[in-house]
Design a protein around this ligand. Structure first.
Ligand code: NAD
Ligand code: GLY
Length: 364
């Protein structure tokens, strides 16, 4: 069984890579406490819950809590309902929470774990590509507020992460493609060779070729683990993982989390941030085109789905968590494979790159 270790200052945990979920029993039993609550949704549960429960020790108490599918589950309402369920059903600190699902389930489960009884252990079983390559590692947990994405949360690390490649076979095409945006992001911010590998293996990636996927997922997890090890609390290099996310999160919130999948918004955000990097002279036009061509080849969006008003988008960006004042912070590219933070960007340039992604975007 392959594993990647996330080494933090005061502790470490493993990300386990296996094809078949049934092999999870080899490691899961070492990480669970007496009382287990699996948090999932009906879609994921129908596919994997029965098989997953068989990996847990039969001596333990195992129950399941269901939240609705989709981004709406990352809300105060559902967070509070889970806390109420835990209290009413006498869950104590000898509880392990398990998030079985995509990034939404993972972020929500992690935030409940971070706050219930001032913290109980949790395990991630990410079932989307996006969650396997990104959200399940690094302990960023949280829920949304109508005024902004992930505005309530905590950095709280899981006890272990279990990646099973087989779960990706049932993932709807749109969700699978959306996850590829975070994959491309890793190449862009720190690994030009990996970016090139993605370019050369687009067909295999699109076809979900198992060998290509195993390499791709493990490589992304290693990059992420390395970045988190250097900067667990997001004060420095970890911020670069937000390439494309300043625009992306604002696009998601502006459309009330209903128009774009997270990865689609990140793809558009990466196009805007690349064009901004080009306008500021950090990224050549040919590199900018190369990035967009790869996104197109992977069927990721490079054009907004609908016209948008830019002023509300700029207001949302001004509230982004990365900002130190109301100046939105952008992660820009200094060439493919190298990223940097830039704080002072004119409103005109923000308008220009958004308009470049939809000719009917409205400035006010
Ligand atoms: P998601 O969790 O909504 O899952 C996408 C869809 O796929 C859902 O309908 C889900 O039910 C379904 N699904 C999940 N696994 C499946 C499977 N194996 N087969 C069939 N259907 C399956 O979306 P996502 O893209 O995984 O996650 C997006 C969320 O992740 C966003 O809220 C984003 O903010 C968050 N995120 C967090 C971090 C972090 O570091 N914490 C990083 C990136 C993204
Ligand atoms: N997905 C961004 C981070 O983990 O920092």
């Amino acid at each position: 069984m392959n594993q990647t270790v996330v080494s933090l200052r005061d502790r470490q945990y493993s990300v386990y890579f296996q094809n078949d979920m049934k092999h999870g029993e080899n490691w899961i039993r070492h990480h669970v406490q007496r009382q287990i609550l699996i948090i999932t949704n009906a879609e994921v549960a129908n596919l994997f819950l029965e098989k997953f429960v068989r990996t847990l020790p039969s001596t333990h108490v195992v129950e399941t809590y269901y939240v609705p599918d989709g981004e709406q589950a990352k809300s105060l309402t559902h967070y509070e309902a889970i806390i109420k369920y835990l209290i009413e059903n006498h869950y104590h600190r000898d509880t392990t929470l398990i998030g079985l699902g995509g990034g939404v389930i993972g972020d929500l489960t992690g935030f409940v774990a971070a706050t219930y009884c001032r913290g109980v252990p949790y395990i991630h079983i990410p079932t989307t590509l996006l969650a396997q390559v990104d959200s399940s590692i690094g302990g960023k947990t949280g829920i949304n507020h109508v005024l902004g994405k992930n505005m309530m949360g905590a950095v709280y690390q899981p006890t272990a992460v279990g990646i099973f490649y087989e779960v990706l076979l049932t993932l709807p095409e749109r969700a699978y493609i959306a996850g590829l945006a975070e994959v491309v992001k890793y190449g862009l911010i720190q690994d030009a060779h990996f970016f090139e590998w993605i370019e050369q293996n687009t067909h295999k990636i699109r076809a979900r070729d198992q060998v290509a996927l195993m390499y791709l997922i493990q490589h992304c997890c290693e990059i992420k683990a390395g970045i988190v090890a250097q900067d667990e609390h997001d004060h420095g290099v970890r911020r670069l993982l937000n390439f494309g996310h300043t625009f992306g999160h604002a696009l998601e919130a502006a459309s009330e989390y209903s128009l774009y999948l997270h990865g689609e918004a990140v793809s558009l955000g990466m196009v805007m941030a690349s064009r901004m990097s080009n306008e500021l002279g950090y990224l050549s036009s040919s590199e900018c085109l190369r990035i967009e061509q790869l996104l197109i080849n992977l069927s990721l969006p490079v054009k907004l789905f609908e016209p948008i008003s830019i002023r509300p988008l700029r207001d949302l960006m001004a509230r982004d968590k990365k900002n130190s004042s109301t100046d939105p912070c952008f992660i820009l590219l200094d060439g493919i494979g190298k990223a940097k933070l830039v704080y002072k960007v004119s409103s005109n340039l923000i308008n220009k790159v958004v308009i470049s992604c939809h000719e009917s975007a409205l400035v006010d």
